[in-house]
Each structure stands twice: as C-alpha cells, then as structure tokens.
Design a protein around this ligand. Structure first.
Ligand code: GAP
Length: 459
C-alpha cells in the first residue's frame, strides 16, 4: 500500500485507509488548505488555511484549551511570543543539538534523514528509491534565524522558536507568583513553532511552520511517576474521544536509544494512517532539565518553596506536546469516507464524519426552491437566527440532493430544509449527516435541538 494509490485501500488489519491525495484534493477544492504562495510556485512545507480550514483549526484549538485549561483548576494558560532572547536557545540546547543528519543520493539526488533510513540501506550505503550510492551524511541545524534591530552591526541574531514550550519555562516563575499557583500545577500554551525541516512532506504532517500545544505540569520529584502516568492516560483518552477509528490509536513507549539523557521514560501517542504509525503527541519526562538550565544560563533562581514544609526545590516537569496541524490532518484522515450508492443515496457520496464539535459548519439552511420568495425569506431568517448560536451556512444553489452532498463532504452535521409545509405549519425538515435520517421539527425547537447535539452531546 502506498500513498500514491488513488483509491481507498485496505491496511493489513482490513481497515480502509484514505490516500493522502484524497485529503489534499478535498482540502484545496473545498477551502480547507492551500499551498502557501502558490502563485509563485509555493514553498515546501508551508501552507495557508482557507475559510473552512480556519474554522476547523479554531474548533480544534478551542476544544484543547477547554479540556486542558478551562476544566482543570490546577492548570492555567499563557500566550508567549515567537521571538525570545537568543540565550534561551543556548540554554535549551537547540543551538548546539537541534540537528538532523541528512544523506543525498548521488544518482537520483533524493535526500533522506539518516534516522529514517531503513537499516539495510544505511549499512549498504544504498538509496532506498533508486538503489544509487548515498553521499556522506551532512548535519543541518533546524533553527530558523532572524534579526532584531535596524542598524547594521547592532542587530541581534536570534531565532524563531523551534519549540513553543520554552516560553512556559521562561514565564513559569511569573505565572506561579502572579496566579498564586501551588505545586502540582500546569501551564498550557498553543503557539507557532518553526523548524527548517530538511525533509518536509506528507502534507501537514511535517511542516516548517506549524502550531504546537503544550502542557508543562510542575510537580514535586517524589510525585513525578504518579503525574506522568496520569497525564499519559488522560491524553490518550482525549485522542480516543475525538476519532472514529479507535483501533488506529496506540501508545508507544520510547526505546532506550530514543530517550533524552534526563528522561526515565517517554511515550508517543501514535495514529495509524496511510503514512503508517506516526507520532501525534509526545508525553515526556523532562525532570528538572529545563528549569535548571534556564536558572544556570540566566542566573535567576527558579526554585520553588513549599508553603507548608518550606522545602525548596526545582520542580520536575511532565510535558504533553502535540499540535493543531497533525490533529487537523488526522481528524480528516479519520473522518473521510466515500460511500457507494445505496437506497438512501443513489449517487453515493463523500462524507466527513467529523465530531460535530469540530465541524467547520454546524448547520446548513436550505430552501427547497430558490425561486419561491417565501421559502427563501423564511430560510434566510432561520439562518440569521442560527448564526447567533453557531456557524450556519445558507445555500440555495442546485437541487436539494446536491446541496446535501456538498454539506456531507465538509462534515456539516445537520441540514435544515424549508419547504411548502413550513409555510403552513412552521415546521422544517432536519436531516442528519451520518445516518441521513430526517425528522420534522417546529422552527422554534431548532436552537435547543441543534445546540444539544452540536455543542453538548451527540448521539
Ligand atoms: N516540546 C517538545 C517537542 O517539541 P516534538 O516531538 O518535537 O516535541 C511535539 O513536537 C509535537 O509537535 C509533535 O507530536 C507534533 O504533533 C508536532 N510537530 C512537531 N514537528 C512538526 C512539524 N514539522 N510539522 C507539524 N507538526 C509538528
């Protein structure tokens, strides 16, 4: 099975996996994602998000923020800046160690990361694509450089942050004191990160500009294991709760060769798609590494004093680090389905079975015919009212079947149709995306009915 096959394929476990091309094409066609600077030929590993894409991203961010910050009394949020003092990246080890080793095939000129080459190719120095000879490995730093200041000679070189979480360590002491947080407590952030990836690719999976979300949870060293286990399970359940194919999710412990020198353990939450099993989020045992390094490099004391015992120590950290972009991609890969023609739908359809919480459009309001003024006026009025509560779309172009399919393809969970009966008894048809079932409701019942299913509960 390869990424280039242009059909729904079966994995070894007989679960249909969607080729990436289907998602890329849907994203462009329906306004989820576009290649950045496309009219100039694009930039590898950089994308823009269209009208539906920005709604989906906002929903993803909002759901993560709500479940990590707003529903946990011992977690608060920050929004740190992309640019920081350059010493931050010396302390973090990025200037020295944030590198990829790369080899280039002398024959086909393809480039490969050494750590991703199959073992036999590495041993035989052979290109995995054309069999040609591979050149000597070269080392590349992934940090993106930038400059602060305008006068040549006085300009300070710094970096666009290579991982968003560094702001949390920088702000940790301010947050703890200003918010009077007691250990154990956590700080969350969603923000952009930049990496000069040497092999960007697989659409949104490996980009050069992307958005990370982090929880850094500060604990007493004696409680590290307890909280590590706690957050690993919580985050695993979180991902399980947002996908349909639960069998495509697993927790993979890092092997000894993957662990940072200070980490007792680490796990990747992985999702299985046409790319194989790939990391979605990392659960990391960061111990006191980050705060100790920043204490050392800045000369500031970042230790914490327990109010009751007066014990003074550098807190240890559990990190859960994932991102908006891989969540965006995996949700689409997980939700996309092509249904063959059936009794209910004679032409077949493409449907995005997104959880309604994430759906970019929650409801579409459709007059049965666009040349009947009363139908159009009533439908527009319902649409305007629903817009106060949720993202609603009005559509009167093409026959009703085509309009339903257009909404199915972007994952809209409900369509409301205004027909001639509406004008007599103030009822509308509500059609549900997944089962294509239809019920009739009073117009005044719509807000509660939709809100409950879209924002509250969905079954
Ligand atoms: N602070 C820890 C850290 O940055 P990481 O495994 O390098 O760890 C965490 O990144 C998460 O950020 C990944 O699990 C992934 O979701 C996302 N991520 C990392 N590199 C990415 C890239 N080039 N494109 C898109 N997302 C990326």
């Amino acid at each position: 099975m390869t990424q280039t096959e242009d059909k729904i394929t079966l994995s070894t476990e007989d679960t249909p996996l969607v080729p990436m091309e289907k998602i890329v094409s849907l994203c462009k066609r329906r306004g989820f994602v576009y290649p950045n600077s496309e009219i100039y030929g694009g930039v590898s590993g950089i994308y823009d998000f269209g009208p539906l894409g920005v709604e989906l991203r906002n929903n993803i961010r909002r759901y993560w923020w709500w479940s990590m910050v707003q529903t946990n009394d011992n977690v608060v949020g920050i929004e740190g800046n992309i640019i920081t003092h350059p010493r931050v990246w010396e302390a973090s080890g990025h200037v020295e160690n944030f590198v990829d080793r790369l080899v280039e095939c002398k024959n086909c000129k393809r480039r490969f990361r050494v750590d991703q080459l199959p073992k036999e190719n590495l041993e035989q120095n052979k290109c995995p694509v054309c069999g040609g000879e591979l050149g000597e490995p070269r080392v590349f730093n992934l940090m993106m450089e930038t400059y602060i200041g305008v006068v040549e000679g006085e300009r300070m070189k710094t970096y666009l942050r290579g991982e968003a979480c560094q702001n949390i360590y920088l702000d940790y002491d301010n947050v703890q004191k200003s918010s009077r947080m007691q250990i154990p407590f956590g700080i969350c952030q969603i923000g952009k990160a930049f990496r000069n990836e040497v092999t960007p690719g697989n659409f949104l999976f490996r980009q050069r500009e992307f958005e990370q979300w982090d929880l850094q949870f500060f604990v007493h060293p004696s409680e590290m294991q307890k909280w590590f286990d706690y957050w690993r399970e919580r985050r695993f359940e979180w991902y399980k709760g947002i996908i349909n194919h639960k069998d495509r999710l697993r927790l993979r412990p890092h092997g000894p060769d993957e662990l940072a020198h200070y980490a007792k353990q680490a796990f990747d939450i992985e999702y299985r798609s046409v790319l194989g099993w790939q990391e979605w989020e990392g659960i990391h045992w960061r111990q006191d590494w980050d705060l100790s390094r920043h204490s050392q490099f800045s000369g500031q004391d970042l230790s914490y004093t327990d109010q009751e015992t007066k014990e003074r120590y550098i807190p240890w950290i559990v990190e859960t680090s994932g991102g908006v972009d891989r969540t965006f991609l995996n949700l689409l890969l997980d939700a996309y389905e092509e249904e063959p023609p059936s009794g209910k739908d004679k032409e077949g359809r493409t449907v995005l079975r997104l959880h309604p919480w994430f759906a970019p459009v929650k409801v579409a309001v459709l007059p049965l015919q666009k040349n009947k003024e009363e139908l159009v006026t009533t439908a527009r009025d319902i649409h305007k009212r629903l817009q106060r509560l949720m993202v609603s779309q009005y559509d009167d172009v093409a026959n009703i079947g085509r309009r339903y399919r257009r909404q199915d393809e972007i994952g809209t969970p409900f369509c409301v149709t205004v027909d001639f009966q509406t004008l007599e008894d103030q009822t509308v048809t509500v059609r549900e995306r997944d089962g294509m079932t239809q019920i009739r409701l009073q117009i005044k019942e719509l807000p509660a009915y939709l809100l409950e299913r879209v924002m509250w509960n969905y079954s």
